[in-house]
Design a binder for this molecule. Structure first.
Ligand code: HEM
Length: 262
């Protein structure tokens, strides 16, 4: 579990000093951003009362902040810029994150962007037709259960932010969870790198044929997951794989390129 802590520093800065305060923080942000103990930071200004500012800094841990950052040269440089405003601080404390957190629906999930359940069902249907006609992959999938394509569609849908159907239906009777259940399907299959790469190529061909979105943002996120997932499948199909337990189904997101919305 992460030890991340969130430090809030609340300032009250008279309106006639707010421009220089913001300029000082713009400079102070450079050494702050360079500190390895700093996860992220944001300075916000109150819309109802312009004199109030809140600086939020997420630290790797309270100890890392107080012992690591505070004794570093980054702190020395940071503090040199903001020293004149110490007297304007109204609160400066660390808060432990709770489990109440999440994202809103302002950014659509990859699942929603693709159009929901149907396109993923189409995708795996087209994909497994290709797989079964493929010289490298057909032998791996010999005797494939008829519901396989539908299960993989459920898995992909869940990974890309759709309903947790795979988890609900394949959560594993032994309590190990859906991720372990899916991973275990690959045990002992001895997948080779050429087979993995073929899988990656065919699912992209299938994505084109099934009409999944072709925009750069969606496809780059899609392929990132496919690369990750196939490399894990290869690893878990090998002789030395450690058996995972209790890991949640990965939830894939847009990454560095969120959906393009003009
Ligand atoms: C992102 C990559 C991958 C995903 C998301 C994925 C997903 C899945 C899922 C969900 C199952 C279980 C289906 C069920 O519950 O019925 C499964 C089984 C299987 N996968 Fe994958 N897989 C991936 C990569 C690969 C690769 C690269 C190969 C081989 C080249 C492979 C070969 C198989 C085989 C042979 C089975 C077992 C089929 C059976 O006997 O029921 N998978 N996969």
């Amino acid at each position: 579990m992460s030890n991340h802590t969130v430090e809030y520093i609340r300032y009250r800065v008279p309106a006639d000093r707010s421009a220089e305060f913001l300029a000082a923080y713009t400079r102070a942000a450079v050494p702050l951003a360079a500190a390895p103990q700093c996860v992220d930071y944001e300075l916000t200004r109150c819309e109802e009362d312009f004199e109030h500012f809140i600086l939020r800094i997420t630290w790797t841990s309270t100890k890392d902040h107080l012992e690591g950052f505070r004794s570093s040269e980054h702190f020395r440089d940071f503090f040199a810029h903001i020293r004149p405003y110490v007297e304007n601080i109204e609160e400066m404390r660390h808060y432990t994150p709770t489990s109440v957190r999440g994202s809103g629906a302002a950014t659509p999930t990859l699942y929603a962007w693709a159009g929901g359940e149907e396109p993923f069902a189409r995708l795996t249907e087209v994909f497994y037709e290709k797989v079964l006609a493929d010289d490298l992959l057909a032998p791996v999938f010999a005797g494939l259960a008829p519901e396989h394509a539908a299960h993989v569609a459920q898995w992909l849908g869940e990974v890309f932010g759709g309903p947790a159907v795979y988890s609900e239906e394949h959560g594993g009777d032994d309590g190990s969870g859906a991720h372990a259940h899916m991973v275990a399907k690959h045990f002992g299959k001895g997948i080779t790198e050429p087979q993995r790469r073929r899988w990656v190529n065919l699912i992209q061909d299938a994505a084109d044929e099934a009409g999944l979105p072709t925009d750069a943002e969606f496809r780059s996120a899609f392929v990132a997951y496919i690369e990750w997932g196939t490399r894990l499948a290869l690893y878990f199909s090998g002789p030395n794989a450690a058996r995972p337990t209790g890991q949640p189904v990965p939830l894939w997101n847009w990454g560095a390129a969120p959906p393009y919305q003009p």
